[in-house]
Design a binder for this molecule. Structure first.
Ligand SMILES: *[C@@H]1O[C@H](CO)[C@@H](O)[C@H](O)[C@H]1NC(C)=O
Ligand SMILES: *[C@@H]1O[C@H](CO)[C@@H](O)[C@H](O)[C@H]1NC(C)=O
Ligand SMILES: *[C@@H]1O[C@H](CO)[C@@H](O)[C@H](O)[C@H]1NC(C)=O
Ligand SMILES: *[C@@H]1O[C@H](CO)[C@@H](O)[C@H](O)[C@H]1NC(C)=O
Ligand SMILES: *[C@@H]1O[C@H](CO)[C@@H](O)[C@H](O)[C@H]1NC(C)=O
Ligand SMILES: *[C@@H]1O[C@H](CO)[C@@H](O)[C@H](O)[C@H]1NC(C)=O
Ligand SMILES: *[C@@H]1O[C@H](CO)[C@@H](O)[C@H](O)[C@H]1NC(C)=O
Length: 912
């Protein structure tokens, strides 16, 4: 038994205090007010399984059964299978807490509010049933005023999600039943409103989580509190208008009176009071306060996506005074509730104009057509309680920004992310394409299921819609394509599945989404991929949702040569595409048990074709040793990363280069930014936050100014495009330098240059160069390769390479005699970590191909570049390592850095 700490409403942040000071200054005395009080039940939980054989106490929220009992072990070795029994047991979270009821004798309502229960649960307070839950994305709140005592026992009994899903599946058959056996997954994920990927995915383990994955609070209030605030921004020639909707939660079934005080920092010189409600009570059935506030355009700095301008945010503070009696706020029975959030002023349109053979599909932000470049986000961890780890999430989003991304798609098989995630996206200028959580399945449409879905959609939409980063809502991932392409045998009863599809997404999900801000962003899309507006003609089920001339497409092809741009679709917007690779060797070491490494890789390779897509692509270009040869796993890891990076580079560069052609391609979001475990996957960043070569390369191929040289097979030439995402650009003194390199020699063998120009926010199609104009006489496609550099005066803006033959077939590659040493430069102290800055000086005597650096340490770190061509004798790479202390050279030595080159794997090295 223990007493709980009392805390003030959590939204009362530093800025909240500022507001109080301000309000006092304006003569409103809040000191006597009955402020909403929130008691967090954050600590002291106990978890037990059904028969009591497993218990864990002193558990803190957020929590889940897997992490509570097994911690990081969950992701190790074969534990994805070994720990599965957890998900077949039932688990009870219990909490003993005391409440000084005398102290709270004037409080009218005590609500127990669960911000996230995963998933199927029964809640009891002092042995009385309080409620049942079945949706991890929904907040459940119960008025428990009549049940509370001085000593309380709260119990949340969580049922096995696997068995709960099975029980639902016995009532109605909704495909797919089970994932393919390679996933080692669980069946019927679609029957539960739970993170769909927790039953397994092609990139992830099954860990059917259970727990209290968000906070549990006692909310004490008299009348009502502010739950969410939607700010719908729009503009005319002179003003920005904020259409503000304050969603209140009340209780007790009585209408009430209220005044709302709001203050917009920097834009309003004093708080504004909305009190038109004094005379007219607010209905308890739909308690909202709606008002408009205009601000002159000239006093506002607009919010822009990353790379286009500032991410200016204006804090907005709201204070609600609510009371029950018309006599006014001096009466008893009143509440003061506060909320603070940030407002960003921007417009976003989705332009789907009719153009040649179809419709455009592009995002226009603040009137500017912007090419969306980025990737797809899966949960930061397979366990939802850890997927909200701010260090992890912050690192991923910062990495996205560092790689010049401006859009991230929160994919529909994960979770609606935390407020921290969207706040961070607002600050970093990452637009969010927000799927609702439905992915790769048909779904039930029973009444209970739909009721739960509507609540889920409206709660999350109200929570997220004020964020300037949230660009669009989309109801599902690939379910339209799955339906019409018969992925899950829907042809057996196509009419039923079409009707159910429309009922779920159109009549329910979209219906709810349309209730939130609609001027701030385009109308929701129904599916990704889809034909966008065009699919309306088909009542949102099109025969070919992947039509290149409409909407967005997803594209994967593992059979053809992915380093060749001819493979790829000329589509309007490619919202998924990508290639697998393996995370670095040190990460495998961290996750491996006593088993053989290749065996573990094979177990975690969920792709139906196994490693074949990786090895096949690697074999086309790189000298992969035979599996029985000693460095095989190391070579496979390294080559898979080169291969993935190169394929994604070519594909992305093609999409970027097509923007000003008749194809009007205006978006490229590759699959996938991050990982949930150490496994073969499509990610650019591993579960530990290490950047794969792809992410290092992405920073260059997504750069605001980039030179692109794409092979045109028909004319045996290279098509040079100069891409510029900047709205204003200096076009003086620009030139392209084309270098021909011999594999056998450092420094270019021959060079030619020409002056060029850039087109602001567009692509300059520069020239098409026949290969034989660069490669002739003794320079040929086997002994040479090409480098194209874009310069402004002497400043290198961008570079790219073209390898005319497979690297395996290259002639003249020698031993680079690579050597390196490390020196510490300095340490810099951040708010939570110390960064150690080191230099790695690399020396070679011959060209080194795709030099790969790996830090053999679990410190989070970043090299200044990785996977680069080294064609000069001495080269310095910088390394930044985050730790709690300044790491001098005693901690980080040469042996902590592994260097690989393709040269060392070449079957025959040339000598001089
Ligand atoms: C209790 O449950 C655990 C886990 O499900 C199981 O391994 C164990 O055999 C059970 N013990 C008894 C006595 O039933
Ligand atoms: C979990 O609860 C379900 C439903 O109440 C029950 O059928 C099942 O036997 C329980 N599981 C265990 C391991 O006790
Ligand atoms: C408290 O719970 C009741 C349901 O028991 C609900 O109607 C009410 O809106 C809740 N209050 C808040 C502030 O969420
Ligand atoms: C623009 O909005 C402001 C504020 O709502 C309003 O006063 C003004 O009349 C509007 N101007 C036009 C041209 O509609
Ligand atoms: C969050 O992640 C970081 C980095 O992986 C880790 O060090 C930290 O312990 C995690 N925090 C929690 C609360 O799990
Ligand atoms: C060069 O690339 C641009 C953009 O992709 C394309 O429009 C043009 O047709 C290409 N030129 C040739 C000769 O293929
Ligand atoms: C070097 O490049 C120039 C210009 O393209 C060309 O005229 C010359 O023949 C090249 N030299 C060799 C050795 O290829």
């Amino acid at each position: 038994m223990r007493s709980v700490s009392r805390s003030k409403m959590r939204t009362l942040s530093k800025s909240g205090l500022l507001l109080i000071i301000l309000l006092c200054a304006f003569g409103t005395d809040l000191s006597k007010a009955d402020r909403v009080e929130v008691i967090e039940l954050a600590n002291g939980w106990m978890i037990t399984n059904q028969n009591g054989s497993m218990t864990k106490d002193n558990v803190k929220l957020p929590s889940g059964v897997y992490s509570a009992f097994y911690n990081e072990e969950v992701l190790n070795s074969f534990n994805d299978v070994r720990l599965r029994w957890l998900a077949y047991d039932n688990w009870t979270y219990s909490n003993n807490f005391q409440l000084d009821l005398a102290h709270y004798k004037y409080v009218r309502h005590f609500n127990l509010t669960f911000h996230g229960i995963d998933t199927v649960a029964e809640i009891r307070l002092n042995h009385q049933l309080v409620g049942r839950t079945n949706n991890m994305f929904v907040r459940y709140s119960y008025d428990v005023s009549d049940l509370l005592q001085a000593d309380n026992l709260l119990e949340v009994e969580i049922k096995s999600p696997v068995l709960a899903a099975l029980a639902e599946a016995r009532k109605v058959e909704v495909p797919p039943a089970c994932p393919v056996s390679r996933y080692h997954g669980e069946c019927h994920m679609n029957m539960l409103r739970k993170m769909q990927a927790s039953f397994s995915w092609d990139w992830g383990l099954a860990a059917p989580s259970m727990g209290l994955w968000k906070s549990v609070n006692l909310e004490l209030y008299e009348v009502a509190l502010i739950r969410d605030v939607d700010v719908d921004v729009s503009r005319n020639e002179t003003h920005w208008n904020m259409h503000v909707t304050c969603y209140l939660d009340t209780g007790g079934g009585r209408d009430f009176y209220a005044e709302l005080i709001f203050y917009l920092v920097e834009l309003l010189d004093k708080p504004v009071v909305i009190d038109t409600f004094t005379k007219h009570p607010i209905s308890h059935l739909a308690p909202v306060i709606v008002f408009d506030q205009a601000v002159p355009i000239k006093s506002v700095t607009a919010w822009w996506p990353n790379g286009y301008g500032e991410q200016k945010l204006y804090p907005l503070h709201l204070t609600l005074n609510a009371w029950l009696d018309i006599a006014g706020p001096e009466q008893r029975a009143k509440t003061v509730s506060q909320k603070s959030l940030n407002v960003g002023f921007r417009t976003i349109e989705l332009i789907e104009d009719q153009i040649d053979s179809g419709n455009s599909f592009l995002f226009r932000v603040n009137g500017v057509d912007i090419f969306m470049k980025g990737s797809n986000y899966i949960p930061a961890h397979i366990l939802p309680e850890w997927g909200q780890n701010q260090s992890l999430v912050g690192h991923l989003l910062q990495s996205a920004k560092d790689a010049n991304m401006n859009m991230i798609r929160v994919w529909g098989g994960g979770v609606y992310e935390t407020d921290f995630f969207y706040d961070k996206a607002d600050r970093l200028g990452l637009l969010i394409w927000q799927d609702m959580m439905f992915a790769c399945a048909m779904y039930p449409v029973g009444e209970t299921f739909l009721d739960s879905v509507r609540e889920e959609v409206i709660q999350n939409a109200k929570r997220l819609s004020h964020h300037p980063s949230v660009a669009i809502f989309v109801t599902n991932n690939e379910n339209e394509a799955a339906l019409v392409q018969n992925w899950y045998q829907t042809y057996t009863d196509l009419d039923r599945f079409k009707a159910e599809y429309r009922e779920l997404y159109l009549a329910n999900v979209i219906h709810e989404l349309k209730l939130v801000s609609h001027k701030s962003r385009p109308q929701p899309l129904v599916s990704s991929p889809s034909n966008g507006r065009e699919s309306e003609k088909d009542n949102f089920i099109s025969d070919d949702p992947q039509n290149n001339n409409y909407g967005d497409v997803h594209f994967y092809d593992y059979m053809r040569d992915a380093w060749n741009p001819y493979v790829y679709p000329r589509a309007r917007f490619v919202s998924e595409y990508g290639f697998q690779s393996l995370p670095q060797a040190f990460s495998w070491q961290r996750t491996k048990g006593s088993e053989d490494l290749l065996e573990l890789m094979e177990h975690r390779q969920h792709h139906p074709m196994g490693m074949l897509p990786i090895t096949q692509l690697v074999h086309r270009h790189l000298p992969l040793p035979l599996p029985e040869d000693e460095p095989y796993p190391e070579a496979l890891i390294y080559f898979s990363q080169i291969s993935q990076a190169m394929a994604t580079k070519v594909e992305t560069e093609l999409y970027r280069s097509l923007r000003d052609t008749q194809h009007r391609t205006m978006g490229a979001l590759y699959w996938q930014l991050n990982d949930v475990w150490v496994a073969p996957s499509w990610s650019g960043i591993d579960i530990f936050g290490n950047w794969k070569l792809l992410h290092y390369w992405a920073r260059d191929f997504l750069a605001p100014i980039a030179i692109v040289a794409l092979y045109e097979a028909e004319s045996e030439s290279l098509n040079i495009s100069l891409i510029c995402d900047q709205l204003e650009v200096d076009t003086e003194n620009l030139k392209v330098v084309a270098n021909v390199h011999l594999w056998s020699q450092l420094l270019p063998r021959n060079s030619t240059e020409w002056s060029v120009t850039l087109r602001p926010n567009g692509v300059q199609y520069d020239k098409v160069i026949p290969l034989n104009s660069l490669l002739h006489d003794e320079l040929n496609k086997y002994n040479s390769y090409l480098e194209f550099q874009l310069y402004r005066s002497n400043e290198l803006l961008s570079r790219t390479y073209y390898f005319p033959s497979s690297i395996t077939a290259a002639k003249g590659v020698g031993d680079p005699e690579l050597d390196y040493d490390i020196s510490t430069r300095y340490c810099s102290t951040g708010s939570t970590t110390v960064r150690t800055h080191l230099s790695i000086t690399i020396r070679v005597s011959r060209p080194a191909i795709f030099v790969y650096l790996e830090l053999l340490s679990s410190y989070r770190h970043k090299f200044s570049e990785n996977g680069f061509m080294l064609t000069v004798p001495v080269y310095v790479v910088h390394l930044e390592v985050e730790a709690s202390i300044c790491l001098n050279i005693r901690y980080l030595r040469k042996k902590h850095i592994k260097v690989l080159t393709v040269n060392q794997f070449m079957p025959h090295l040339a000598s001089n």
